[in-house]
Every structure is written in structure tokens, then in C-alpha cells.
Design a protein around this ligand. Sequence first.
Ligand SMILES: C[S@@+](CC[C@H](N)C(=O)[O-])C[C@H]1O[C@@H](n2cnc3c(N)ncnc32)[C@H](O)[C@@H]1O
Length: 346
Amino acid sequence: MGVVAGLQRQAVECEELGSPMYAELLRRIVDDYELGGASTGVLGSYEGHQFEESIALPLLGAVHRLVLSGEAPELASFYPSVGGVWDPVLGWEAFEQVLQSRAAELRAGLLQPPQTNEVRRSVALYGGLLQLADEFGLPVRLFEIGSSAGLNLRADHFRFNLADGTSYGPADSPVVIESAWSGREVPRSPLRIAERVGSDVAPVNALSEEGARTLTSYVWADQAERLARLRGALAIAREVPADIRREDAVSFVRGLELSEGHLTVLWHSIMWHYLSPEDQAAVDAALAELGAKAGESTPLARLRLESAGEWDEEFLVDLETWPGGVRRVLGHADPHGQGMVWDPLS
Ligand SMILES: C[S@@+](CC[C@H](N)C(=O)[O-])C[C@H]1O[C@@H](n2cnc3c(N)ncnc32)[C@H](O)[C@@H]1O
């Protein structure tokens, strides 16, 4: 397949997922690459590499990072994420200049895996937590595996607007999620989160300038709403503490304990496919073991937004609770948290 095929595939995805600027940039990079232009100096050595087909997003992220840190002012005036206006001709010329002048640095940065934390996935978490608050009426200790920067551990501080004009969450939140969900009415139960703990093998520190820039760099520069959500969530993270640990999912779940008078919740979104089958089984087993100890005043829940099977279009919001180990599907969404529909409760 090769580098060009990867760039072309990503261009189609950007087009379909609402980033005309990146779709256009990628097509220009393809033309430039095929003519042996500036992009070959950055991408050429990845031809035949195992990541040759997934090099597009790391490249766009690395350039965006330069723009965000003020190191590419000539390009910044074309990047909407920093107040610029995209121009296909002049914007490409400035981009090409950056490819030329920063080739070695960009080339070196391409193997850093993109690190995202998708704020919109909080729709599944928040709706699920309200359901749990309705059923258990206890303060929640919220734990997350694959939490990235842990932004969604603060979901109770986000505003969720529904298409019918109603809303959930604080009116003055800097995070506003439009058309948050549809389907069954979500209970408006009082939700109190007593503790927020995340774990990730490669956590991002949302409180540092560097971490915030990393997360922002992987959002497509012309996706204004997504950028606004991320920036709002970063602001909330500075106000609402969460304990984010560098720890893999298996050891984190093995270390979980129940607590008297609290509902202990384990949440995860779009991380399950990163785990080996052995690690998936180990997480399941550790939770089942903990669940076996759960009681009326020490309940446990597992809430997730993950693929229903193979990586496909359908992602389920699924809830399992103990005592009892009852599992049910609450709804479905796309992997970015869009199109969230709550199914009727069975
Ligand atoms: C696609 S990101 C999703 C991040 C976050 N859950 C969200 O929905 O925005 C997947 C995350 O899983 C983390 N991850 C991968 N393998 C892991 C493991 N074995 N244990 C814990 N986290 C892991 C990655 O570092 C990454 O932050």
C-alpha cells in the first residue's frame, strides 16, 4: 500500500468527518509527494515502515503542534485553531515551507502515537452515571482505565443540550455538548462524585502546557466545536482534581476496592481493543472477583462505550452491576460519542 495510500485514505476520512481543511491538505501532500517535493523529505523514509499507512495523523499533529506553540507563525495565519483562516493556495505554500524548514524534527516526531481524549464520549458516561444514581442513590467513586488525560472523569461538570431544548449539567459550564443524545429519557437524579481516579499506560497531564498542547494538536485544526469542547474540558480539569496514574488496566483493576456507602464505578471508552485477549480476560476476572464481594451498601458497576465486536460502526454503552452481575445494554453511539441513543430499558 504505502505512504500515499495512507494519506489518501486519511483524506477521505477527514472529508467524511468534517475537516475539509485537512482533507485538502492531505491531497496536496499526496501531489507533492508523488512529484518528489518537500513532503518526501519528511515521509520518504517511512516507505515500507510498519506505520507507513498511518503516518498522516502524526504528521498533521506534529505540524499543528508547531502552530500551537507559536513556532510557525507564517502558517498560523491559516489555522482556524489559532484564529487563522484556511486558504487552499497560500495555506499550502506556508505548510510546504514548514515541511522544508522543519523536516528533521517532523520526521523524528512521527513515531509518537497520537494521543487523544475525546470529550464528547462523556455523553455515554454521564447518562450511564445518572441511570446508576437513580438506581443506587449513593455517591460515586469513579475509576477509569485508558483514561488518557482523564478529562471525562469530570463529566458531571459538562453541559449536555438535547435537540428538544432541554439540558443536563451546569448552565455555566465551559463544555457544551450539543445534540448530546436522543431516545429514552435519562433520569435527572442527583449525582455526586466523591472520587475520580484514572489510569493509562501513557497518561497526558492535562494540567501542563505541554500536555494540553499535545491533546489540542491531535484535534483537526478546523473542527471548531471539538476544539472548544477540549479547551473547556482542560479549563475544568484545572479546577476539578482527578488522580491520573501511569498504570496498565490489569494492575489498576486488580487494585480496586469497594467502599462502604459508595457505588464504585469502573468506566472505559475506546480502549478495550488496545488490550491483549489475556489482559481483557484478566480485567474481566478481577472485576468479577470484586463483584462477588459487593453488597447492598458496597455496590460495583462497570460502564463502557466500546465496540460491540470487531471494529465496526456499532459501539454499545453497556452496564454491568453487582451484587448480581447483571449486564444490559443502555444504548449505542459512534466511537466519537456522536449519535448517542438511549434504548428503552428492558
Ligand atoms: C483511543 S484512547 C481513548 C482515551 C479515552 N478513553 C477517551 O475515550 O478519550 C485509548 C487509550 O488507552 C490507553 N491504553 C492503551 N493500552 C492500555 C493499557 N494496557 N492499560 C491502560 N491504558 C491503555 C492509551 O494510552 C490511550 O490513552
